[in-house]
Each structure stands twice: as C-alpha cells, then as structure tokens.
Design a protein. Structure first.
Length: 123
C-alpha cells in the first residue's frame, strides 16, 4: 500500500471539515483548503455565511451577532472537531482557534497538534 502524501492528508481533512459544516452547521462552504505546517493545521473555509447571515452582516450589530452565534456553535462542537482531527491524523489536538469574517464570508480554524506531523511527510 502506498504511503499517504501530505496533500492527501490535507484533502482528507478538508473533506471532513466540509462534511462537518454541512451536518453540524447546516450549510457547507463553497471552498475549503487545509494546510499542514509543522504541528499546526490551518483550515480555510470560503463562503460559509448563509444568505440570511449575509444580509445581517450589513450592520455592525448584525455582524457581531453572527460572530457571537458562530463562536457558540463551534464551542458546542469542539470535542467533535477534536475527535475528527485526531482520527484522521493520529495526533491529539492541543488547541483549536477560530475566527469568521462577516465581510468576506471566510472562516479559519487552526488546530495545534501534540506532535510535528509534517515530519511524517518529509522525504
């Protein structure tokens, strides 16, 4: 069996994040890309706002409400996300950081792992 490449791992994580967004948040992103850098995974999700959130984000109060709601939703799913990443990578998740832009409709999620996973993919 061929060894999994770094790109294949990143794709597998992106696909899992799309599935998570669809199942847990109710809507998947338009585009997702994952980057492995040493002991960190950077997941960039584009087009995550619903049409209603896009309308709401036109005011400062609405944008703050979207951010607050999305943070609460992700906090409720923190354990699920940790388990998804651990299952795919074989690493434990040390921390998870996220932010969403109500201007661009992008969300970033950063996972820090308990080991430098990138070393596994060095030639």
């Amino acid at each position: 069996m061929a060894k999994e490449t770094k790109g294949q791992l990143e794709l597998k994580i992106s696909e899992a994040m799309i599935k998570f967004e669809k199942e847990f948040m109710g809507r998947g992103p338009m585009e997702t890309k994952t980057y492995l850098l040493k002991d960190m995974l950077f997941v960039r999700l584009k087009g995550v706002l619903t049409p209603a959130e896009e309308q709401l984000s036109k005011t400062a109060k609405g944008a703050a409400l979207i951010k607050k709601t999305r943070v609460q939703l992700l906090e409720g799913a923190r354990l699920l996300l940790r388990n998804i990443i651990s299952e795919i990578t074989g690493c434990q998740v040390k921390s998870l950081h996220t932010d969403i832009s109500t201007k661009t409709g992008e969300r970033v999620i950063i996972f820090t792992l308990d080991q430098n996973l990138e070393l596994k993919y060095k030639a």
